[in-house]
Design a protein around this ligand. Structure first.
Ligand code: SF4
Ligand code: SF4
Length: 718
């Protein structure tokens, strides 16, 4: 104990400071913490004005998640380990230096004067010095990594280019200045901290200070340069004040600068809704038109207001977004930043300080700053939500603004027409209900009408699988495979309606509700054990969103069912030996986490799978999702469309036999993209069921040929 707290190895915090100087220091601390507290209170007040969001269930788990993801940086390191490492070094450097300062304050202001206990000596002091010195270096290295990233490497995600505005229409200089100031201030604090240490060591050069190796090295350099004794003390005193005032200034600035993310981002991770974007909240039945969706900043929920401040401008969502990279006027990062500016101008610090608003209207968000074409560009693919390191929920925010546009009747005419078609016919093709089961006519066996006789499985088809000629071939292939495996299944025939997944995602909640209610009623009247679908959109909505309407069943994607059949030996495929790549549909992968079943099916068929660089949770949307398949083109330049980019990505892997998909909309999008991207003849598309059928050596030609010739009324998908 004596050695641990030996009296010699220590230093004086307020060495050579008079009483008034100490008094001034404590006054500055009070001013700094007062400004900090006021700023944070303004933020809290802003969040309190938000609408209620959802129940904060399982608080222990939420806190654990925030702590573990923050400490491990697991979300920050994803897909950019270098920036992740830089941030990790800054984080731990800053936290350790902060804790070190807090320990010092505890010692000087509480333990020694009040408890009479002085612990800042001996081994404790030496260990403390070593620890803070090393973590100070970590902070500097981390800042260096980030500076190189921003200043030299300049990746696309950090360049602040906006896809929704022409050059000159926007000014991102304040953000650039803010980013560099944040790095610069942290660097200045670390630098002045080391200088302070070096000057102090240069005064008397005690041997034990070698425990602060980098400070000691600086001290030796100062001594070698003739700076020691009294002159070193003068330099130390000046640096003490500069460092101290800068540190207090930094604390005071936290609520007003990029530094606020240090507090709000972990909070955002803690309150993140695990089902955000996947399960959309219903509109309360008694909601007035002005309460539907988000039309003003005051409409946002408190959670979404927290999200706006949590954004670190890392640009990961900007980089992952298929709309941004293919020339649509949307960047999820800019959307969040625009909303943040609006929230600040309407009810945050900017408004409290009476600074002029950045946009014409203080409260409104639709039109200015968020343009309708920005909202309609979104494919609701969840790539942004999935990669955001601080748990921001772009997809439900966009969906809420779409709801308000739909409520106001501000839709593109094509979308409006499709919604009317769905309303009148129950499907997006405008086909008569009785034609939904027509694809079964070409089969050489009966498909049960599950409304009339029970079956083990209810097959929910979806519109594309029912009516689109190319997709009907897949549907028939799957039916033959299942029949071959002896699966007992039936369909709803004309009782099935569009499942409503994309209707909900475009913001037409009223139509979605009526579709869901009709389907739940029809399905509930049938007798079955499980539901399956080869349409990931239907699969997703039946599985995750119909429980809001009383429909709670076991729902499978057909790849999961096929895998079960293969594993049970009910399908005995012959190895096909093709080389293929597989595209993860957003609604199957990111929405539902089904990544392995399709790959295991492909492996069971003896296929060599060559993965595209963007696979699994990093998959790239085909461009059809979120109702985009029903809307007019909004692209602003001639960059390839998302599906064309994906085909380019696949063909860059070398010679492949097939581009394999597991979604009807992907069949449509990629068949088209193979032609328009100029890769026709290089690669062909297959839905997974078609490969399973081929591996079974059944008569595959009969179904395809019959389907080609069958009557389709000459209708194209709407
Ligand atoms: S959901 Fe997809 S398309 Fe929409 S903003 Fe996010 S990444 Fe972009
Ligand atoms: S929203 Fe998330 S991913 Fe996008 S820039 Fe902000 S912190 Fe980064």
């Amino acid at each position: 104990m004596d050695v641990l707290f030996a009296a010699d190895e220590t230093r004086k915090t307020f060495a050579n400071l008079g009483l008034w100087e100490k008094g001034l220091w404590y006054v500055l601390i009070l001013v700094s913490t007062g400004i900090f507290a006021w700023g944070m209170w303004r933020h809290a007040r802003k969040y309190l004005r938000g609408r209620s969001a959802f129940t904060l269930d399982r608080p222990g788990r939420r806190v654990r998640r925030a702590v573990t993801t923050t400490l491990s940086h697991s979300w920050i390191r994803r897909r950019d380990p270098v920036a992740g490492l830089g941030h990790l070094l800054i984080f731990y450097g800053f936290v350790v230096l902060f804790i070190g300062t807090a320990i010092l304050a505890f010692q000087d202001d509480f333990a020694r004067p009040i408890l009479g206990f002085d612990f800042w000596h001996g081994w404790f002091y030496l260990g403390y010095s070593l620890f803070l010195d090393l973590f100070g270096v970590a902070l500097v290295v981390g800042l260096g990594v980030m500076a190189v990233k921003r200043g030299i490497l300049k990746p696309f995600r950090l360049d602040y280019w906006r896809p929704d505005r022409a050059e000159g229409e926007y000014d991102r200089k304040p953000y650039v200045i803010g980013d560099w100031t944040f790095l610069g201030v942290l660097f200045f604090l670390a630098l002045t901290g080391f200088l302070l240490e070096g000057f102090r060591i240069a005064i008397a050069n005690p041997d034990f200070e070698v425990w602060a190796p980098f400070g000691w090295l600086l001290g030796q350099m100062f001594i070698a340069g003739g700076l020691e004794g009294g002159s070193a003390e003068s330099a130390r005193l000046v640096t003490w004040w500069v460092h101290g005032v800068a540190a207090l200034g930094f604390v005071a600035s936290i609520p007003f600068t990029k530094a606020v993310h240090m507090l709000v981002s972990p909070a955002g991770v803690a309150v993140r809704d695990d089902t955000a974007g996947k399960v959309l909240a219903p509109i309360p039945a008694d909601a007035k038109p002005e309460e539907v969706g988000y039309g003003t900043i005051a409409d946002l929920s408190w959670k979404h207001l927290v999200d706006l401040d949590a954004c670190t401008k890392c640009g990961k969502c900007h980089e992952a977004c298929p709309a941004t990279s293919s020339g649509y006027p949307l960047s999820p990062r800019d959307l969040i930043l625009d909303l943040r500016e609006q929230a600040e101008g309407a009810m945050g610090i900017r408004s409290a300080l009476h600074l002029p608003p950045l946009h014409e209207e203080r409260e409104s968000i639709l039109g200015d700053p968020i343009r309708p074409e920005t909202l309609w560009s979104c494919m609701q693919c969840m790539a942004c939500v999935e990669i955001c390191p601080v748990g921001i929920e772009h997809v439900p925010i966009i969906n809420q603004m779409r709801r308000r546009l739909v409520e106001q009747g501000e839709m593109d005419p094509l979308l409006q027409g499709t919604l009317e078609t769905i309303y009148t016919s129950g499907n997006s093709f405008g086909e008569q209900k009785r034609k939904r089961g027509r694809w079964t006519r070409d089969l050489d066996f009966e498909v049960k009408d599950i409304r009339k006789e029970p079956a083990e499985h209810l097959w929910f088809l979806g519109d594309y699988a029912s009516f689109d000629p190319r997709n009907q071939r897949v549907t028939q292939a799957l039916a033959r495979v299942l029949n071959h495996a002896g699966v007992d299944f039936g369909i709803l025939y004309d009782a099935e309606r569009n499942a409503g997944c994309d209707v909900r995602r475009v913001g037409e909640e009223g139509l979605f509700t009526s579709l869901a209610e009709e389907n739940v009623k029809a399905i509930s009247a049938c007798h079955f054990e499980r539901i399956f679908s080869w349409d990931p959109h239907s699969f997703h909505t039946l599985r995750n969103e119909y429980p809001q309407f009383g429909g709670t069943w076991t729902v499978l994607h057909h790849t999961q069912l096929l895998l079960e059949l293969l594993e049970a030996g009910r399908l005995m495929p012959k190895p096909l030996g093709y080389t293929v790549t597989y595209h993860d549909p957003c609604t199957l992968g990111r929405y539902n986490g089904v990544y392995d079943a399709p790959r295991q099916v492909l492996a069971a068929l003896g296929l060599e799978l060559r993965e595209m660089p963007r696979n699994r949770d990093n998959s790239f949307c085909c461009g059809a999702g979120g109702g985009r398949i029903w809307m007019q083109e909004l692209k602003r330049d001639d960059t390839p469309r998302p599906a064309e980019m994906r085909i380019d990505e696949a063909t860059s892997l070398g010679k492949l036999d097939y581009f394999v998909v597991a979604c009807p909309k992907d069949v449509t999008m990629y068949e088209d993209a193979i032609k328009t991207s100029g890769h026709q003849g290089e690669i062909e598309l297959r839905e997974i069921s078609e490969l399973v059928l081929e591996s079974l050596d059944l008569d595959t030609v009969a179904v395809g040929a019959a389907a080609d010739e069958r009557e389709t009324n000459g209708k194209e998908p709407v």
